[in-house]
Design a protein around this ligand. Structure first.
Ligand code: UD1
Length: 338
């Protein structure tokens, strides 16, 4: 059994990954500064897993604090680094805050790994690095396109920092490029916490369905797709979480020829915005009110994953269909206090 640090472990994908690690008997240490979540998420994790991970409230962009925290956990086998700001629009308004937080925390953690090169390192990257890919489904060796936002840039630069550091210091790492994680744990004890107006499609849908929010808009209906709306690869968050455990196993077994490997995490199937709305309605029986609106600046037309490398390298495939994601997202929404 391994001891794994999950940064941002009280966040959306981090909490689901903590649950999967605990389910396999691993020791989990969480570092989270509560920037975009609440401490009660720890209760949700403990309720599902039957075990409570250790949690430290630490700002990983604070070098001294990070090093103090890590000094107390010298025996880590691996780090899964989720902690980051992730709002695209906000990153355009506050680029320096994004670079400081997302890249500062990464460097601080890698300083530890550089001293302990047997410590496996997994980084949350994003399909945003591909921009509008020239061919679909997009493979991992597709060129990285100029970032549309400081947020996207932190993912690109983050991957580069890891490559440089792994080469210089002899550690191994995996960058996982997520497509669109959605849904929630089937227990409805953890999910995506709605702080503020959701920018992402599925939380906006569930809040609209719950009557908390009106004005669901579909951004653009004149894209060159089957129904004119953008296509994305929506993947259940539990499937995403499970891939991290397999990536950790791969690193600890020292499989793979390269020090830093990259894997797409998607289903391989693209859905249009209107198809997502219909999937939600079908899965839940709840009718949504929505209308078409202007295109949202910065949106790519279509993105969905080539999944072959993850299947071969990680032995992983997404298992849960879109309707299941919608049903679980809705059950989670209904469990929240209004
Ligand atoms: C966005 C980010 C991406 C980030 C990811 C996770 C952008 C351009 N991309 O992905 O970099 O990694 O979130 O936070 O912001 N839509 C609507 N109505 C809505 C909301 C969304 O029609 O109210 C549409 C969008 O135009 C898009 C699709 O739904 O076509 C998915 O949007 P969203 O959930 O925001 O994800 P991405 O934009 O793919």
């Amino acid at each position: 059994m391994s001891k794994v640090l999950v940064t941002g472990g009280l966040g959306y994908i981090g909490s689901h990954t903590a649950v999967e690690l605990l389910a396999r008997g691993h020791d989990v240490v969480i570092a989270d500064n509560l920037a975009n979540t609440r401490p009660e998420v720890l209760d949700g994790i403990a309720a599902i897993a039957g075990r409570r991970p250790t949690w430290g409230e630490v700002d990983l962009a604070d070098r001294a604090a990070t090093h103090r925290f890590l000094a107390a956990h010298e025996d880590l086998d691996g780090i899964i680094h989720f902690a980051a700001h992730k709002a695209v629009g906000e990153s355009v308004q506050k680029p320096l805050a994004y670079y400081h937080n997302n890249l500062g925390s990464l460097v601080n953690l890698l300083e530890f790994v550089a001293q302990k090169p047997d410590c496996a390192f997994i980084f949350s990257s994003s399909c945003t690095v591909y921009g509008q890919a020239d061919s679909l489904p997009v493979k991992e060796d597709a060129p990285v396109k100029p970032a549309e936002s400081p947020y996207g840039n932190t993912k690109q630069i983050g991957e580069e920092i890891i490559r440089d550091a792994a080469k210089a210091h002899g550690f191994r790492a995996i960058a996982l490029r997520y497509f669109n994680p959605v849904g929630a744990h089937p227990s409805a004890k953890i999910g995506e916490l709605p702080l503020g107006v959701p920018q992402n499609l599925v939380p906006f849908i569930t809040q609209s369905a719950a009557g908390l929010r009106g004005g669901l808009k579909v951004f653009g209906n004149d894209y060159p797709t089957r129904d004119g709306t953008c296509i994305r690869d929506y993947i259940h968050v539990v499937d995403v979480a499970k891939a991290h455990i397999l990536a950790m196993d791969r690193l600890l077994a020292k499989k793979g020829d390269e020090a830093v490997e990259v894997f797409n995490l998607g289903t391989g199937t693209g859905s249009t915005v209107v198809e997502v709305i219909h999937a939600f309605e079908k899965a839940t029986g709840v009718k949504l009110q929505w209308e078409f609106a202007e295109r949202r600046p910065g949106d790519v037309i279509a993105a969905y994953a080539d999944t072959q490398r993850a299947a071969e390298g990680l032995g992983w495939r997404a298992e849960l269909p879109l309707e299941r994601s919608m049903a679980d997202a809705w059950r989670w929404q209904q469990s929240l206090p209004k």
